[in-house]
Design a protein around this ligand. Sequence first.
Ligand SMILES: NC(=O)c1ccc[n+]([C@@H]2O[C@H](COP(=O)([O-])OP(=O)(O)OC[C@H]3O[C@@H](n4cnc5c(N)ncnc54)[C@H](OP(=O)(O)O)[C@@H]3O)[C@@H](O)[C@H]2O)c1
Length: 426
Amino acid sequence: MTPLRIGVAGLGTVGAGLLTLLAQNGEIVAARAGRPVRVTAVSARDRGRDRGVPLDGLRWHDDPVALAADPEVDVVVELIGGSEGPARALVEAALKAGKPVVTANKALLAVHGAAIATLAEQRGVPLAFEAAVAGGIPAIKGLREGLAANRILRVAGILNGTCNYILTVMREEKRDFADVLAAAQALGYAEADPAFDIDGIDAAHKLAILAALAFGRPVDFAGVHVEGIRNVSALDIELAEQLGFRIKLLGIAARTAGGISTRVHPCMVPASAPIARVDGVYNAVVAEADFAGRLVMEGRGAGAGPTASAVAADLIDLARGRVTPVWGASLAPVPAQPMSKHVGAYYLRLMVLDRPGVIADVTAILRDNAVSLDSMLQRGRKPGEAVPVVLVTHDCEEAAMRAALDRIAALDAVLEQPTMIRIEPG
Ligand SMILES: NC(=O)c1ccc[n+]([C@@H]2O[C@H](COP(=O)([O-])OP(=O)(O)OC[C@H]3O[C@@H](n4cnc5c(N)ncnc54)[C@H](OP(=O)(O)O)[C@@H]3O)[C@@H](O)[C@H]2O)c1
């Protein structure tokens, strides 16, 4: 059997993981691929580094772009990362050379996915990226192939394991964000520069890819409304528990009357929702489809093993000649719904001076902005001191909520910027 010869660019967590998987599960992979999948060439920066996998006999390229021109490489696997630089140059060079590409690079696909997919389709060259979203969870195949006959109504997910880990530890151990982040960094669960994860950018990259697949429109990373978890407090997590909610960072893409809405932000989800129970570094993807109904997938969203598993699944497809259009079908622009038009329920937490008339002022402002209240919670009484007051609203429009919040924040008796968290079904 003619082997499928692959060139692997990047021998970090995922690249070394892929070589390990192909070494350990080579027979299974070959049986399912119908032929052996063999690494013939690699590229990384540091040739001398021990990567825990043997590289003897493999062709080494200092310049990863050289893999695209290597005559002993049939498929290029890009595992360098980053939306620009060598990763982008390699993917473009490989597609132009007519070589199929497998990548785990969500940043590249989120930022340049439309142009790269066009290049792949113009040249008739496969481009596969199962590993780019939610690591070991087959989210791309699930949406694009498993639900191919459905109209997708909504996709929601816990798409960043670092954030989910931090929020889980904050809840379980009643600790503050900064403290848990520092501990996560010490354990290697969070990067030294955690901004990409905790500010929601990584989740937004993945959501932009899922939204393109689900709704058949070009990737629009810039159109995703993004808020991270820096401002989630231990107090809000505790109050959420009392109200029967958990706080999760979700990416949500939904078809609404006003267009497709795409957003990443902390959400209050009912504690009974399956996604509320996905804890630690685990990821989850929930899809709602018109015929299949609701589908929930949970698993490891990162790490050498899960991500290598997803890359290898793409390689098996290529070896078998199973090729799907990059986004499942041709893409067409679909109007986007701006965040100001979002309609939903809200949790508000105010720190107010405990004195007569304050709640009446707050509720009057909400009424003036057509925001109606579902419930209110005031913990303890400390006349003359600050106390938390929690308000849960019925569905209202984001613009109205924000207008009300601006006025509430300006009240003398409101001592801090109010916290606002959107409530989602999960
Ligand atoms: N880690 C995960 O769990 C995970 C999960 C899903 C998706 N992904 C995606 O998978 C990709 C790889 O992630 P990773 O975590 O494996 O990254 P990583 O551990 O940082 O590895 C990156 C690799 O790229 C190599 N590299 C960097 N610049 C290069 C250049 N100019 N020329 C040649 N090689 C270069 C590095 O070489 P040296 O080793 O010599 O420095 C390293 O081997 C990224 O797109 C990431 O978003 C990762």
